[in-house]
Design a protein around this ligand. Sequence first.
Ligand SMILES: Cc1cc2nc3c(=O)[nH]c(=O)nc-3n(C[C@H](O)[C@H](O)[C@H](O)COP(=O)(O)O)c2cc1C
Length: 352
Amino acid sequence: MTGEGPHAPPPRGSLHPEGADLAWGGPAPDRKAPEVEPLRTTLPEGLVNLADHEAYARTVLSPQADAYFNGGAANEFTLRENVLAWQRIALLPRVLQPMAGAHTRVDLLGRTLAHPILVAPMAYQRLAHPHGEMATALAAAVLGTGLVLSTQASTPLEDVARLVLAESARGPLWFQLYLQADRGFTRELVQRAETAGYEALMLTVDAPVNGARDRERRAGFTLPPGISAINLRGLREPDPVALRPGQSALFDDLMTHAPTWDDVAWLRSITRLPVLLKGITHPADARLAVDAGAAGLIVSNHGGRTLDTVPRNRHSESPGPGRHCGDGGSSRPAWVDECGCRRRRACVATPA
Ligand SMILES: Cc1cc2nc3c(=O)[nH]c(=O)nc-3n(C[C@H](O)[C@H](O)[C@H](O)COP(=O)(O)O)c2cc1C
């Protein structure tokens, strides 16, 4: 139900903390090992900036995966606006200033980072390459960039943590949480993330149900065999509610599992990790988040993937009190400059 569909009901079975059915851990007996191309040591010729990578990706992704990675909700007004909003901002440089001692360091949740960039949570990265989240995590660690692993990652969260925790230059390692209808399962997932060494939880609050992704539907996107939200394995779909006449399948059934402020308090009570809230855009919600003890906010409209016509990210102003990170339209270089300039602590980016 939650977040980054399409989300076939997860296979039944017990929670499988090691989730050893991926390219990295070895294939499950019922699956063919994916063809893994040798690791590249150089970039394909002609790739210079993020737009080049984006164009290149389109030549190697299937049309369905392309629709998944690049599509937004409905008519994609918000998706386009996120990018256009950055293009409208002009940088006004000051010149002839001494620059010795300048740096990009930033303090975030008790750590000093070399620069203020974290990779945003993105589900199902093995759709793009068999190494999926492992490759992203390694690249991020080598560059001193933080990584936020999605609940709907296609790689076991323990494998990613084991790969990068020992990297000396790495940035923060956080786990993005979609609260599941089964709160017992959610608690176990949180405990797994804690045990594995994740340093913060990023609770996504703007995607209680899947976005209506028209582009994906046109392309006929479904998850191919062998790729799943592996960390949700064993999760049972909630039993449907017997609706009385006049009750709504959306509000009186599906949405009864959506997180509320009470769940934020519950989550804080079951974890020792700091809890950040991702998907805050309204100033009143920013105030509630601070009152609820959130360790930080991610000012985000989910890249326009969940609800179309949500205003573009308010990168020119802070939504209110608290520590902020931001995302949206992040494939433009000026984005990082702007985030740094505008009281944001960090930028959460989705690589092209
Ligand atoms: C392919 C893809 C998968 C995503 N999966 C998740 C996810 O699992 N959880 C989540 O909170 N956000 C998810 N997001 C949203 C991003 O974390 C981020 O909020 C958004 O992409 C920011 O917009 P930008 O890509 O324009 O910078 C996903 C985004 C993309 C593009």
